[in-house]
Ligand binder design. Structure first.
Ligand code: 5GP
Length: 127
């Protein structure tokens, strides 16, 4: 079972942003910006382009709903959509609040936020 499946099942805690029958969204624990969110399918598939068409299309539409909420609730110009990484073998989309293109530099030091701050952000953008 991947770490993201454990998060979906609640075995590992997370700051939940959204959930439906097929997808789960939660705050990245090492955020590049306040509101950095991961969207994952409940189906455990490693590579996003190995997802079946319906699941892949639905994942983008699910991410759109969260991004629109982030646009409204956070101080950002847009929300960046990033798929990268070899770390966790479970497809995921990063949604990152964007004010400058450099906000999406994964080599930058990550933010250190308190549990209270994570919870406050999750409450702000949850749908
Ligand atoms: P990637 O595979 O996209 O490089 O990295 C996976 C992302 O998942 C990273 O941004 C990392 O911070 C995040 N991540 C890894 N483990 C956990 C976890 O246990 N909880 C949360 N919320 N995020 C995690």
């Amino acid at each position: 079972m991947t770490i993201f499946s454990k998060i979906i099942e609640g075995v590992i805690p997370s700051y939940k942003v959204a959930e439906d029958d097929n997808y789960y969204a939660f705050l990245d624990i090492n955020p590049l910006a306040e509101g950095h969110t991961l969207v994952v399918p409940k189906k455990e598939v490693d590579y996003i382009f190995d997802l079946d068409e319906k699941t892949l299309a639905g994942m983008i539409l699910f991410a759109k709903k969260i991004a629109k909420k982030m646009d409204a609730a956070l101080d950002c110009k847009r929300v960046a959509v990033v798929v990268l990484g070899l770390e966790v073998p479970h497809a995921h989309i990063h949604l990152i609040p964007l004010n400058n293109e450099s906000d999406v530099d994964f080599k930058k030091p990550k933010l250190k936020l308190t549990p209270e701050k994570f919870q406050e952000i999750a409450d702000k953008i949850s749908i």
